[in-house]
Design a protein around this ligand. Structure first.
Ligand SMILES: C[S@@+](CC[C@H](N)C(=O)[O-])C[C@H]1O[C@@H](n2cnc3c(N)ncnc32)[C@H](O)[C@@H]1O
Length: 345
């Protein structure tokens, strides 16, 4: 019986081979694209292998902040979307509904930075990217009674969960004390009073009992944030491999913490195969083999996004992986993101 980490290592070795071969691009072309876009040649090779054409790689790596919708999430614990839109427009902003999230607004123009609005201080909205709003929609935590946000960070998605379900406890874990302090400040500003924060490694989530919804918005390389100056940096293959090893451990623990019929959403702000479908596949196969129960991918319920990848570097995954959703800046005007929803039967 092979562990999830052993399975992952086999997949990573195949991926490394494809990246070393340049993903089908000539070395000189690879170097030129990397230089032009502030990327690592491994990164260019990864996307050449995944997306299959030089134009697509150029489109993805060439996307900039202006190509991504600027969005915010109206905090429906305090205000509805239309009322917030009217308040912001009265102050000179131009906004429209973000059609993929019932509380999202796309900001076309604003005379001042979003964080400077009095409405922000009052907790009427949270500044959140268009793809970043989607994992909680896929989780659909309404009606769940035990919910965990296994890598809650500053609470962007934990406070969004509160909007869907303000009564049930949301157990928010993170290993960063600094981030949990920011989470508490955000929760209090937004009036999300059902969040309980624990400074804890989510690999130990099993000690907290069973959950019926778990969000694992996993620590990742952040490769999907390349359009933004803060996210634009080279990411060699070794960095992706290290992230994937941690992700496998977190995902296995988080899935084991689900009760029967429970669901988990795995998301990353990365669009490479290694940190997403490969991680999920390695863990699902290992759990199945170990007799830990049946876990299957289910529809995310999201109304846009590309299908999950099922072919990469000579690796073929079962067709159910198409149920994952992929978001790219140059195709969807969002940050790069990948989202998979898994159910324990
Ligand atoms: C992508 S961020 C989460 C962002 C957050 N969901 C939000 O919407 O604001 C991933 C988080 O995982 C945390 N993390 C890293 N290793 C962890 C671990 N072993 N257990 C729990 N959290 C971890 C990081 O500190 C980081 O805050």
């Amino acid at each position: 019986m092979r562990s999830a980490l052993e399975r992952l290592s086999e997949g990573l070795a195949l991926a490394r081979g494809a990246v070393e071969r340049g993903g089908g691009l000539a070395p000189r072309e690879l170097a030129a694209l990397a230089e032009r876009h502030g990327a690592h040649p491994d990164q260019v090779a990864r996307y050449a292998e995944l997306l299959g054409s030089r134009e697509e790689v150029e489109g993805m790596l060439g996307a900039r902040e202006g190509d991504v919708m600027r969005t915010l999430r109206a905090n429906t614990l305090r205000v509805d979307r239309d009322e917030l839109a009217s308040r912001l427009e009265a102050k000179g902003a131009s906004v429209r509904p973000y059609r993929h999230a019932p509380y999202g607004l796309v900001v076309e123009e604003s005379p001042i930075p979003l964080a400077a609005y009095h409405e922000h201080l009052l907790g009427l909205f949270y500044i959140q990217g268009p793809a970043s709003m989607l994992p909680v929609l896929a989780l659909s935590p309404e009606g769940a009674s035990r919910i965990a946000d296994a890598a809650a960070g500053v609470g962007g998605k934990a406070t969004q969960i509160s909007q869907h379900n303000p009564r049930s406890p949301v157990i928010a874990l993170d290993v960063s004390e600094r981030k949990l302090m920011a989470l508490k400040a955000n929760a209090s500003r937004l009036g999300a009073f059902n969040i309980v924060a624990y400074l804890m490694d989510a690999r130990g989530i099993g000690s907290l009992g069973e959950f019926d919804r778990v969000l694992l918005d996993a620590p990742c390389t952040g490769e999907g944030l390349m359009p933004f100056a803060r996210g634009r940096r080279p990411r060699p293959q070794g960095e992706v491999e290290s992230a994937a090893r941690v992700q496998v451990e977190l995902l296995e623990s988080a899935l084991r913490s689900l009760g029967p019929g429970g669901e988990l959403v795995y998301s990353t702000c990365s669009t490479n195969f290694e940190e997403n479908e490969l991680v999920v596949h390695s863990v699902l196969e290992a759990l199945e083999d170990s007799g830990a129960g049946r876990f299957s991918l289910v529809d995310t319920g999201l109304d846009f996004g590309d299908a999950g990848a099922v072919e990469y570097a000579g690796i073929s995954l079962p067709s159910q992986f198409r149920l994952c959703r992929r978001f790219y800046p140059h195709r969807h005007a969002t940050e790069g993101f990948t989202i998979c929803r898994i159910r324990r039967s």
